[in-house]
Design a protein around this ligand. Sequence first.
Ligand SMILES: CC(C)(COP(=O)(O)OP(=O)(O)OC[C@H]1O[C@@H](n2cnc3c(N)ncnc32)[C@H](O)[C@@H]1OP(=O)(O)O)[C@@H](O)C(=O)NCCC(=O)NCCS
Length: 331
Amino acid sequence: MKPRSAQIAGWGTYVPERVLTNADLERMVDTSDEWITTRSGIRERRIAGPDESTSTMGIRAAEKALCRAGLKGSDIDLVISASATPDYMFPATGCLIQDAIGAKCGAFDLEAGCSSFVYGLVVGSQMIAAGGYENVLLVGAETLSRFMDYTDRSTCVLFGDGAGAVVLRACDDAYGVQAFELGADGAGCELIILPAGGSARPATEETVRAGDHYVHMAGNQVFKFATMTLGSCAERVASKAGWKLDEIDVFIPHQANLRIIEAAQKRLEMPMDKIFVNVDRYGNTSSASVPLAMVEAIDAGLIRKDQNIVMVAFGVGLTWAGVAMRWGVDV
Ligand SMILES: CC(C)(COP(=O)(O)OP(=O)(O)OC[C@H]1O[C@@H](n2cnc3c(N)ncnc32)[C@H](O)[C@@H]1OP(=O)(O)O)[C@@H](O)C(=O)NCCC(=O)NCCS
């Protein structure tokens, strides 16, 4: 078989209508627009409506991605749902998405914290490169607002909801994924954790009273890990792809905090206009963040055929993941 790769052939996003601004948060917790903006770069985030969830938002994004790729659900060979906030512990959100789009294929959930979408890019593209599949649907969707304690100012100002989806399609190996890295350091597992509700600590009245069904985070330690990881992972995947740093045309970083992105920008000595940023409008949407940024970069005319694109995510686990991709389709 001729060597082949996988490229992004369709894309779509969905964000809930409700906007939660820093001014709204000022009325909910002891915080200020000034603190949130200077410490994180975030101005507003989206919050899912009562009838929305990770699967419903993921389905909306998936339908747009299928349409852009010119495919029907029945053309999809595999569905991967990348999320840290699935609808249920089980069944897999991937199965809910598979059913809703009318796909007749395998489906599963992939959980690598905020790195889940980029992990999914690697898993899906490698299954295509190995010859197993032609078209893989990858959905990165999160409903983080359901796991936020809106009395805890150290977490609730940072996160938001949303979804992005891509269709990965087989292509000539000159295009698509050229190099990747998957990383994890489980020693940092307690730095961002949802302590109760799993098999280690099932939900009880006591865990709910203690707020252990909400996200707990050691923000400062995560910040140090993130600033070390984002730029260095981008360097390594570019180097594995055989690119010099100035040959990266567009860098799509995980949108967690503007200061983390700026630290990577300095390390990479990359002009800011090559780095796409929308954390100001969505906050940290975990697995949805890279596809939300990538699709907005496409819509802004930043991503074009024959360009070298690097995407890097990091987060819960701790995990990180990077992909170097040569863009192969007209936009
Ligand atoms: C959370 C984060 C924005 C905090 O910024 P920071 O500069 O590290 O701030 P610190 O944690 O040192 O806190 C400084 C002070 O601000 C206070 N503070 C925290 N949240 C606040 C808020 N929303 N409003 C006002 N003050 C706040 C703290 O209580 C602390 O007060 P103290 O000095 O009196 O104890 C930053 O650490 C961060 O972005 N970390 C990474 C988080 C992340 O990306 N997680 C997901 C990874 S995918």
